[in-house]
Structure formats: structure tokens, C-alpha cells
Design a protein around this ligand. Structure first.
Ligand code: GDP
Length: 196
């Protein structure tokens, strides 16, 4: 199944602008440069909708997209970019604390990690925030096109171990570049979106 229509709704820099999940609300998170925009664009079959290659860490906003008028995709600001100022980092931390303090903003969390590397301390923090909400969560292990076949399983195991994920949380090998895993991720997302 494909998405036909995606519409930018707003950028929230302030908790009062968060949108309550009255519609299925799919929340995407990941460190800067992990390919979060590319994953969203791949799902939407668009080249440059969620912007790719933005100056990392510059966008401390929660971006809302309305998908086929029946779900929201929520793009959380990327994290972990070394060159970002302390002010920006603090702004990020505050906004994320305010976001995850609410229990009515997320239907499904989609956390994107780099399939090539052990998740960072920031990734662990983000995974813990998601776990604390008790909302369903799926992990996307992106850039799998850069791995040898034999490296995939051990890397997924390292991700599971580092993020302390129970077996009930799926890790999907993914390549935004090649489209690997798109149908599986779309299937997960659609299982939370009501059919017309
Ligand atoms: P964001 O900062 O997380 O939104 O990351 P972007 O979507 O801007 O991607 C960061 C860089 O990684 C860009 O140069 C992308 O072309 C590249 N990239 C994203 N996904 C993949 C992937 O699956 N495979 C490869 N090889 N590169 C990717």
C-alpha cells in the first residue's frame, strides 16, 4: 500500500503546539545524519519532502505531517550532533522532556538507528524515553546497504542488547537508499492506522 498525499502541517517549538494523537500518530526519532529524513521520504515515495541533509542539529522543532488525511507523521529533532551549541542542546533536551512527559502524543514510535554501529548513549536515552511511554515501538536499523550480509544479524543483536529491547520490540533492517524494509515498516505503521 502506498501513501498518496502528505501535507506539512506545522513545526512545534513549544509544547502548546504539540498535536494530541486523536488520529494515529507515528513518531520518528533518530540522531542527526542517521537518515531519518531519508526514511520518511522513502515511506512517502518523495525525494525531498522531509528535508535531507539539513544542517544537523539546527532544527529544534517537532514537525507534523498529515498523511492521507488519516494519520500524522511526527519528525522529532535529531540529536547527538557534536557541533551544536549548548543552548541548542538544552533546548532539545527541554523540548523532548516536555514531549515525552505527555502520554497522549504517540501512537507508534519509530526509532531509527545506524545498522553499522553500536547505538550511542543518546540513542539509549531516546529508546528509554520511548519505552517509558509504553507505546508500541519499532526500531529501524538504517543504512543496511552498507553492511555485508554476514554482518547484519550480529549488528542487530548488538542493537537489541545495547538498547535493552525485549523480544516484543522489532528491529527492522532498512535501507532508505535502496528501499529495503520499506514494506515491513509500512506494514507496522498501517497496523496502527485505521482502514477507511
Ligand atoms: P537525517 O539527518 O537523519 O535526517 O539524515 P538524512 O536523511 O539527511 O541522511 C543523512 C545522510 O545519510 C545523507 O547523505 C543520506 O543520503 C544518507 N543516507 C540516508 N539513508 C541512507 C541509507 O539507507 N543508505 C545509505 N548508504 N545512505 C543513507
Amino acid at each position: 500500500m502506498n501513501i498518496n498525499n502528505a501535507e506539512f502541517i506545522k513545526s512545534a517549538a513549544n509544547p502548546k503546539d504539540f498535536i494530541t494523537a486523536v488520529m494515529p500518530t507515528i513518531v520518528f526519532a533518530g540522531k542527526s545524519n542517521v537518515g531519518k529524513s531519508s526514511v520518511i521520504n522513502r515511506l512517502l515515495n518523495r525525494k525531498n519532502f522531509a528535508r535531507v541533509g539539513q544542517s544537523p542539529g539546527k532544527t529544534v522543532h517537532v514537525n507534523y505531517f498529515l498523511i492521507d488525511k488519516k494519520a500524522y507523521f511526527v519528525d522529532l529533532p535529531g540529536y547527538g550532533y557534536a557541533k551544536v551549541s549548548k543552548t541548542e542542546r538544552d533546548r532539545w533536551g527541554r523540548l523532548m522532556e516536555q514531549f515525552f512527559a505527555r502520554d497522549d502524543l504517540i501512537t507508534l514510535g519509530v526509532m531509527i538507528v545506524d545498522s553499522r554501529h553500536k547505538p550511542t548513549a543518546d540513542d539509549v536515552t531516546m529508546a528509554n524515553w520511548f519505552k517509558a511511554t509504553q507505546c508500541p515501538l519499532v526500531i529501524v536499523a538504517n543504512k543496511v546497504d552498507k553492511l555485508k550480509k554476514s554482518e547484519i544479524e550480529p549488528n542487530l543483536a548488538l542493537i537489541r542488547e545495547t538498547l535493552e529491547l525485549p523480544e516484543s520490540i522489532k528491529i527492522l533492517p532498512f535501507s532508505a537508499e535502496k528501499g529495503t524494509g520499506k514494506d515491513e515498516l509500512m506494514g507496522e505503521i498501517l497496523s496502527y492506522v485505521k482502514k477507511p
